[in-house]
Design a protein around this ligand. Structure first.
Ligand SMILES: [Zn+2]
Length: 337
């Protein structure tokens, strides 16, 4: 038969013994001595059955209190124990760590973010547009005549119900100008679709960034300054920019924008086809017909628009020779960015 005195004396013994523990192994020995299968506290619990029912609950409470106190103090003491000096640790802290495989942003996403960051610094707002559009937004409102070849089914994906997958991000210009009055200063990134045969430089889907500025005073030289600043931020401070006359239905006058080759600095190399210049984007003053189509008076307002290909910019910047690498999800390629 156990007595209350025995329980108290075991409790006292445990306290004294714990005070003498100096390392993890003697603490473990103490734990086994009190809480192990044949431990002193465990034996008390086993004998509980032989105690008369009237006193059982009082004894049970005391023994369980003792058990939890011993468990708690062992855990607490264990966390305070310092590793004994001179003893070899199981862990070699000098080994290199195990690096988890971290994901990262796709090179195209990184390039889009970089480009948008430059334009937002110049005060442009980033806006989103839809990928399924109507002929009105993709062509008509952009001053593209009914007989223009780009409207052909060979050049645009049409849906069964007469809508289409946008072939350019210029559609966003129209949607924004319909809803908001000038002054407007936006950039619109997104996917565009064209039924091109996939090869090293073509894909049926790629990314563009459209820019639009409309207000009462903006001139062609503002366009040149804006694009020169942008290209210098992206390709380096020594980048020179030139405009070549071109034709786009939705801008007048229109230009193709070249920058000096970042690889040879104008001397001529493989990157620039030995010309010293690289064609990077299209731009121009917003055509009066486009402003009229959205109810903005071309007599009062003017502005400029530009569009660039994200894949092309990324390929140029990093010397990538095949557009298909972007879409294959090959980590050997993606890991490099
Ligand atoms: Zn070059």
């Amino acid at each position: 038969m156990i007595t209350i005195e025995q329980i108290d004396s075991i409790a006292k013994e445990f306290e004294e013994r714990l005070g003498g523990v100096t390392d993890a192994s003697s603490l473990e020995a103490l734990r086994v001595e009190f809480l192990g299968k044949k431990g002193k506290v465990t034996l008390f619990l086993r004998e509980l059955g032989s105690i008369p029912p009237a006193e059982r609950s009082e004894f049970g409470k005391r023994i369980n209190d003792l058990k939890s106190r011993v468990e708690f103090q062992i855990a607490e003491y264990s966390s305070k124990l310092k590793p004994v000096s001179g003893k070899k640790s199981d862990v070699d802290w000098t080994l290199p760590g195990i690096q988890p495989a971290a994901g990262r942003l796709h090179p195209l996403t990184q390039m889009i973010q970089k480009i948008l960051e430059i334009f937002t610094r110049m005060g442009f707002d980033v806006v989103d547009g839809r990928e399924i559009e109507t002929e009105f937004y993709n062509f008509t409102a952009l001053n593209i005549p009914l007989d223009h070849p780009s409207r052909d089914a060979f050049d645009t994906f049409y849906t069964r119900h007469g809508n289409l997958l946008r072939s350019q991000t210029s559609t966003v210009q129209i949607r924004i100008m319909e809803k908001h009055k000038p002054p407007l200063k936006i950039v619109a990134p997104g996917k565009v679709y064209r039924p091109d045969t996939v090869d090293a430089s073509h894909s049926f889907m790629f990314h563009q960034i459209e820019g639009l500025l409309v207000d009462e005073r903006t001139t062609f030289s503002d366009l040149k300054g804006t694009l020169a600043f942008f290209l210098r931020e992206l390709f380096g401070a020594n980048t020179r920019v030139r405009f070549r006359p071109h034709f786009f239905p939705f801008t007048e006058p229109s230009v193709e924008v070249d920058m000096s080759c970042f690889n040879c600095h104008g001397k001529g190399c493989n990157v620039c086809s030995r010309t010293g210049w690289i064609e990077v984007l299209g731009a121009g003053s917003v055509h009066p017909n486009v402003l009229t189509a959205v109810g903005i008076s071309p007599k009062k307002y003017q502005g400029f628009a530009f569009g660039l290909g994200v894949e092309r910019m990324t390929m140029l910047k990093y010397g990538i020779h095949d557009i298909r690498y972007f879409y294959e999800n090959d980590v050997r390629f993606l890991n490099q960015f």
